[in-house]
Write a protein that binds this ligand. Sequence first.
Ligand code: ADP
Length: 408
Amino acid sequence: MKVLVINCGSSSLKYQVLNMENDSLLVKGLIERIGANGSVITHEKIGLGDKYVLEKPLANHREAIQLMIETLLDPWHGAISAMEDLGAVGHRVVHAGEKYAASVLINDDVMTVLEECVELAPLHNPPNILGIKACKELMPNTPMIAVFDTAFHQTMPAEAYTYALPYEYYEKYKIRRYGFHGTSHKYVAERAADILGVNLLDLKIITCHLGNGASVTAIKRGKCIDTSMGFTPLEGLVMGTRSGDLDPSIVSYIRDKEGIHLHDVIDVLNKKSGVLGISGISSDFRDIEAAVEEGNERAALAIKVFAHKVRFYIGAYIAEMNGVDAIVFTAGLGENSSKLRSVICAELGNLGIKLDLVKNNVRGKESIISRDGSKVAILLIPTNEELMIARDTYRIAKKYIENGIKIS
Ligand code: ADP
């Protein structure tokens, strides 16, 4: 079966088609600037060696998905010869609240839940919903599966997800910690167990997803028991442009001092803080590392603050799990910045965490980067959320198709 994976953002759409007979990637693409001037699709057929780029006005997500389908059907660049070749579509959906702890076949009830969760993820769920609706319209007979960022974290115990607020806020408004990047944390934890040749159920793993958005997760016997992001993806680590944890009193203090609205303060915390805020240079670690080379002190401080917070969570999760067997680095920074990994792992030797500086000199490739004899294995594992979404999609769609259940 061929499976289409879709990740729909507010003005962009990422897609991949995979052949699930052997988990191979056939094509991938990105449509940007949907609804704005200069919409463009960049599409790549794996093995063809070049990228196909087309500028075309796209007023909305439906038009973007129509263009994606036309491209998938293209005899030269495409991956399918007819729409029926696509066995199922997997949609990345950010927020499912407390409703789903696993991926599900999308039906009317699921759509209602996604709509209900819009107030929990106002930036993310609406474009996810738009993408699903457009696909359903254009592919009415193809099973659609939703794979949630929050699902993997639903195993967190109440002591990890409960905020110390009046309890009625949880009961009335569902204010609690949810966690994000779940698909990525789950994927790299499973890969770590495979690479180490140990059953996932026998491992305590700390996964560090360090990209523009960043989170750390504690995984005990294959289940998430804590994660650094909370009610929204603003909590936890320092990120590219997000502040991460801070004293909530700062919010009203900035509002009063700067004379701005509350929502503008939240905007500052989301878009102007983090590594960008501290360094004043960029949210991108490549720029930060270049500035450090030139002696920029605030850039150096940004890296130190970032690494401090990752170490802080690693320490906390070792305590929570009463030990750790493996630490995994993934996502843009975790996979590419050997410098950052070495700053994070420095001086953790007494905890049995010993990075091998030679093995650490690697980028974007599955590797064990701890020293021989390090009590805790340190791994670099490139994340592959799309493959994880495709596998869930395939598994669920196959079950429904085999049982002869009508999809729509
Ligand atoms: P997201 O998916 O959250 O947008 P990514 O996982 O793609 O983010 O990570 C993007 C970030 O990874 C970049 O902003 C940059 O900071 C970092 N990054 C990517 N490549 C490198 C590199 N070669 N060296 C250092 N940092 C890198």
